[in-house]
Design a protein around this ligand. Structure first.
Ligand code: SF4
Length: 271
């Protein structure tokens, strides 16, 4: 079967692992379904807007543009900005690239990520890549973050596709890649995660296997509903799937990145 490659973000990989039917419905398989996303609670809308405003301040800052936090109406955003400036977060030497998107081919499909900030540098004549991710939600432990699909996907994408970003097309070795999560609630305690060769070998093999499972499901056009009804409680497809017996629960808070992804996830074509 000939078909367009899927654009696979962290959110989509998590969807497939949570509920294959949700993954398919989000992609409009087997036919496009006009189905509105569940409305966000008012508080969640506000949190998302604040997070996006904070990210925009940082983007301007790292682009070298004037930043005028005093013109930001929201007091919380101004506090986060103050915490960031006082935190003394040290950036490595190199070229800062805020809000960078990268796609990397895998198994006939494309992995997709948007980085809050990537600093490309060089050490001992080897290209280096330091990712930074700004978080305004609840702080998480480093051990949990290492298992998170955002961490796994972003690190793997740089190791496999980072050469597209280096001036001379040189591969960025896993041991020269890191990801720092900076939390506005704990500005003095960034979580710094260093990648390495052994982790990448295992991580990439699991990503390739996961994409192969997606491809196999697509070939059969079989997208089973999850057996864990707790996932249906926050899912916008609940009535479509006839899973009303699962009940309702407030959706988990979205991080800013997921909110940004939602824009293109709702686009009419998956590529
Ligand atoms: S309602 Fe449940 S079964 Fe249907 S797509 Fe959502 S999570 Fe999957």
């Amino acid at each position: 079967m000939i078909h367009s490659p899927f654009l696979l973000s962290r959110t989509r990989l998590e969807d497939f692992l949570t509920c294959q039917r949700r993954f398919a419905l989000t992609l409009g398989l087997p036919h496009r379904l006009a189905w509105p996303p569940a409305p966000l609670a008012e508080q969640m809308e506000e949190d998302l807007a604040r997070g996006q405003a904070f990210h925009q301040l940082l983007e301007r800052y790292f682009l070298g543009l004037p930043v005028t936090p005093e013109l930001v109406e929201d007091e919380q955003v101004r506090r986060w900005w103050g915490a960031f400036r006082r935190s003394g977060l040290q950036l490595p030497a190199g070229r800062p690239l805020p809000e960078l998107r990268l796609t990397v081919p895998v198994g006939g499909h494309l992995l997709h990520g948007r980085f809050d900030l990537l600093v490309l540098g060089s050490e001992n004549n080897q290209p280096t890549a330091h990712l930074f991710d700004w978080k305004t939600g609840k702080a998480r432990r480093e051990a949990d973050l290492r298992q998170d699909w955002q961490t796994r996907l972003y690190l793997a994408m740089l190791a496999e596709g980072g050469q597209a970003l280096t001036a001379n097309g040189r591969v960025i070795l896993p041991q020269h890649i890191s990801l720092t999560y900076w939390y506005a609630s704990q500005p003095e305690s960034p979580r710094i995660i260093h990648y390495n060769i052994a982790w990448h070998a295992q991580n990439w093999a699991e990503i390739v296997a996961l994409v192969a499972r997606i491809e196999a499901a697509h070939a059969l056009d079989e997208w089973p509903l999850t057996e864990d009804l707790s996932h249906c409680r926050t899912c916008s497809y609940q009535s479509y799937c006839g899973r009303q017996q699962a009940g309702q629960a407030p959706p988990a808070p979205l991080e800013e990145q997921e909110a940004d992804e939602a824009d293109w996830l709702l686009e009419p074509d998956h590529l």
